[in-house]
Write a protein that binds this ligand. Structure first.
Ligand code: SF4
Length: 354
């Protein structure tokens, strides 16, 4: 768990400019009402892994997508890079709907790259660093000036001097160096967007900060846009411009990192944040109760209601009016409400979702 250094003020965030430039209008990458439903099997019904998600990643912006395992965030990441075909809605790249022909997808994946959690698994143990980084450019026939391309990518990924790394094999690298080599392979293709699925989850705490700093540096120096998928809200604090919190296939809260982490509105976000030690003597985590999310059995009404402490603690009158166990919530849109909840504050019933 990446700690949040100080929740009392946004100015405490290290390495992040206080004023994040407003992203340009056309997002680098967008999910529009996106759904991915897997067919049922072994007596179980269809799994609605992603269920009507709207999400935008602006140019030069880092968005953190946060949620527990099984919430659909990795499926969403794969749909955004074209590895999973949506069953509904659209992926838009630079404002244009994704073309799923083999030729167009190959070109798309050059500019929208996926980084996986386990760098050891992403690297071929029989391939040295040069060949690993050169793999993508060779696939895309970018062979002219290949050594310069590979060395430049290694240097940008922080493996300096590149000559010291090109002949090494994965087992001769630390975990952090392996992840840098994977990121160098991404940079060798001059991508516009990087989608990183738990990019530091398998790394020691001592090197996590280095990789996060590298992603920030790539945003600042190259204008790279990134979606960083994680279960860790502390990571979002350290790296993201905006945060989207996902529960059972839906985005339930979204906003700037300061809005979501310093002033969370949704009880699920509040529960996730509460488990991060804040140094206070009276710190008590809010443990989530009830069954873990199951995309084959999404509850009626608000899908979080079986685990929601706010709903459980509400007065009889508020429970009757909110009807969280029966009343569906509208899907969040990027320009719309911050959080999807019928009772945005404890004991404060809002007639419509705000
Ligand atoms: Fe909890 Fe109701 Fe809000 Fe859902 S709508 S998060 S059950 S209070």
């Amino acid at each position: 768990m990446t700690p949040i250094p100080d929740r009392s003020g946004a100015e405490a965030r290290a390495d992040v400019p206080a004023q994040v430039p407003a992203p340009e209008q056309t997002p680098a990458l967008e999910a529009r009402d996106l759904s991915v439903v897997y067919p049922g099997s072994r007596g179980r019904g269809p799994a609605r892994a992603v269920d009507g998600v709207n999400l935008r990643i602006g140019k030069g912006e880092i968005v953190a997508l946060i949620g527990e395992s099984g919430c659909g965030k990795s499926t969403l990441a794969r749909a955004l890079v074209g590895l999973v075909r949506p069953t509904g809605g659209q992926v838009l790249s630079q404002g244009r709907p994704l073309d799923y022909s083999a030729k167009a997808l190959k070109q798309y994946r050059r500019h929208t790259q996926l980084v996986l959690q386990d760098p050891g698994g992403a690297l071929n143990p029989k391939q040295n660093v040069y060949d690993a980084v050169a793999l993508g450019p060779r696939l895309h026939r970018l062979t002219e000036g290949l050594p310069e391309r590979v060395h430049g990518a290694l240097a940008r990924a922080g493996l300096r001097p590149p000559e010291a790394f090109v002949g090494r094999y994965p087992h001769e690298l630390s975990g952090g160096q392996q992840q840098r080599a994977v990121i160098a392979g991404v940079l060798a293709l001059d991508p516009m967007v990087m989608v990183a699925d738990e990019p530091v989850a398998s790394l020691d705490a001592s090197v996590r900060g280095e990789i996060l700093k590298l992603i920030l540096h790539l945003r600042d120096e190259l204008g790279l846009s990134a979606l960083v998928v994680s279960h860790d809200l502390g990571l979002a604090w350290n790296i993201a411009d905006r945060v989207a919190v996902m529960y059972l296939g839906r985005v339930v809260e979204q906003g700037t990192v300061e809005e979501v982490l310093l002033h969370p509105k949704h009880p699920y976000t509040q529960a996730l944040l509460s488990v991060i030690p804040n140094g206070a003597e009276d710190w008590r985590p809010t443990l989530l109760t009830g069954e873990p999310p199951d995309p084959t059995a999404i509850p009626a009404g608000c899908r979080f209601h079986p685990r929601c402490g706010r709903w459980a603690a509400a007065s009889e009158a508020d429970r009757a009016a909110a009807a969280c166990d029966r009343r569906e919530l509208p899907v969040l849109t990027p320009d719309g409400a911050r959080a999807a909840c019928h009772l945005l504050e404890p004991n404060t019933l809002l007639p419509e979702t705000v």
